[in-house]
Design a protein around this ligand. Structure first.
Ligand code: AMP
Ligand code: ZN
Length: 517
């Protein structure tokens, strides 16, 4: 089959860090497993179920991609190279995973007052694909080399795969489409241990009486008005065949790691397995399946229909920088459910700002090497199924450890940040402003007026003479002139607390007309 080919392998990157085992939790088998490359030297093939581009991604969706990013960065930290795919679903995803309900793209068109046509679907998809990629960049998600295949551009390989399944006897036709016969795939439901016998269609609004088994699903849905031409009739591919076909085009018949949110376990991923393994003659589709737990709001599902979907555009309205959201995600292990709150996100931002502030004060020394003992502990944590809360805790312990020289602490934090992705040492303008607003700006000695400099010297002398009353009075005078003093072992640090909220707002509108923050 010409459409599907094995990718070229490439040489592995030289491991920068000592070799330590990576353990990942595999949903297939529900256990932690040591990770090793299936094909030494070749990149790790990773497929992440991508967004349906009918609207902006919400903070739940985005957790999935920060998780995938930490996975990529961790593998790279361990010397692996990766070949990554995030598909773009721009056709064929119905509101319910079980082939029921309205098509999501159609829903998006109606919401935006656009007529339902293939052309408008492309327009809508293009808009939200772009937005999605911007969101990834805003959250510091690495996308160098990542492929983003679009479903609408892979109709031919999807048709080819459905034909293979047809030839092998896995399909049947109903009045509304071509269906996969799950009874022909006895292992159906093996991911997550789904009890197929217990599957009932009763709960569904529009039970499809033509289906032979409750778990059967559409490979192709007929649509005379709008669909794509195919040997089966005009219509749309089923949502599940998209991932089976696109992953195979981009990465070959077998993947190393496949990820998504836990909602994909019972239906979508079991369907992908059924399709791919039936088509390839039972070759295991993915070696490792990883799933992130859900984010809820007020203990409820996040959904547009519930009016509680928070996207990245909401953050600036609450004075939150997008990297605070990233920090917030990292504060919980990816398999831990999180009930979102603005208060918790604000605390995450406080911690992020503080980390930056402390980091920025550590002097740079190009010759400084990361501290091995800390690096080892960090490495062990992140290799333990991506224990980001544990890894962050080590970063905090390090920041407070005064037994090491600051430049070495700085070098170690920079090393950690290759995985954490918190822009240490390189905050963007908005983050830099928030840090100053929170902690004040450090004023270098040469920029102080003579009056202030003399007062500070006099205070140091008073402190030296243990004349605390005089020292305090001098400090108060300095404060009146707009400067706060913070005493450190290296001498007083002078901070200027000058940014008021009004200035912040003005600066925001001037420098950021699009209002990203
Ligand atoms: P979708 O666009 O609905 O296919 O979702 C994109 C990704 O986000 C998938 O991996 C979903 O499993 C995941 N996802 C959806 N909702 C949430 C949520 N509330 N929390 C975490 N992940 C989610
Ligand atoms: Zn998928």
């Amino acid at each position: 089959m010409a459409w599907f080919s094995e990718p070229d392998s490439s040489t592995p990157r030289a491991a920068k860090h000592a070799e330590r085992p990576v353990t990942l939790h595999n949903t297939m088998g529900n256990a932690d497993e040591p990770f090793a490359s299936a094909r030494p030297g070749a990149p790790v093939r990773m497929y992440h179920c991508g967004p349906t581009v009918y609207g902006p991604a919400h903070i739940g969706n985005l957790r999935s991609y920060v998780f995938a990013d930490i996975l990529r960065r961790t593998l790279e930290y361990n010397g692996f190279s990766v070949k990554q795919v995030i598909n773009i679903t721009d056709v064929g995803h119905l509101s319910s995973d079980a082939d029921e309900g309205e098509d999501k793209m159609t829903k998006g068109l109606k919401r935006e007052g656009l007529a339902v046509s293939l052309e408008n679907m492309r327009l809508l998809a293009g808009r939200y694909e772009e937005r999605f990629k911007q969101d990834l960049a805003t959250l510091d998600i690495e996308t160098a080399g990542t492929q983003f295949p679009r479903a609408s551009e892979h109709i031919a390989p999807m048709i080819a795969m459905i034909q293979t399944l047809e030839q092998k006897g896995y399909t049947y036709k109903t009045s509304d489409g071509i269906y996969y016969d799950t009874s022909r795939f006895p292992e159906y439901g093996k991911l997550g241990g789904i009890d197929v016998a217990a599957l009932k269609e009763g709960a569904r609004i529009e039970a499809n009486v033509e289906k032979k088994n409750p778990a059967d699903f559409a490979l192709w849905k007929f649509d005379d008005a709008l669909g794509f031409e195919s040997p089966f009739g005009k219509g749309f591919p089923g949502w599940h065949i998209e991932c089976s076909a696109m992953s195979r085009v981009a990465l070959g018949e077998q993947l190393d790691i496949h990820t998504g949110g836990i909602d994909h376990i019972p239906v979508h991923h079991n369907n992908e397995i059924a399709q791919s393994e039936a088509a390839t003659g039972k070759k295991p589709f993915a070696r490792i399946w990883m799933h992130n737990a859900f984010i809820t709001i007020d203990d409820e599902k996040i959904a547009k229909s519930l009016g509680n979907a928070i996207d990245l555009d909401e953050l600036p309205k609450h004075g939150i920088h997008p990297l605070a959201l990233r920090y917030y995600y990292l504060g919980a292990h990816y398999r831990t459910p999180v009930n979102f709150s603005w208060a918790a996100l604000k605390s995450a931002q406080q911690a992020l700002l503080r980390l930056h502030f402390l980091f920025d004060q550590m002097p740079v020394n190009a010759a400084a090497e990361p501290i091995m003992a800390y690096q080892q502990r960090f490495h062990e944590r992140i290799n333990a199924d991506l224990d980001t809360p544990g890894a962050l805790a080590i970063a905090w312990e390090l920041v407070k450890d005064t037994s090491f020289p600051a430049p070495a602490i700085r070098a170690t934090l920079l090393d950690f940040d290759t995985v954490l992705g918190l822009s240490l040492g390189a905050p963007d303008a908005q983050l830099a402003r928030l840090i100053i607003a929170e902690f004040g700006e450090i004023v270098p000695a040469e920029k102080l007026s003579k009056t202030v400099a003399d007062l500070i010297t006099a205070r140091e002398e008073a402190r030296g003479a243990k004349d605390w009353t005089k020292a305090d009075a001098l400090r108060a005078q300095v404060l009146q002139l707009g400067y706060a003093l913070e005493d450190t072992p290296a001498g007083p640090r002078v901070l200027r607390k000058e940014i008021v909220e009004q200035e912040e707002r003005e600066a925001d509108t001037e420098s950021d007309p699009e209002g990203s923050l």
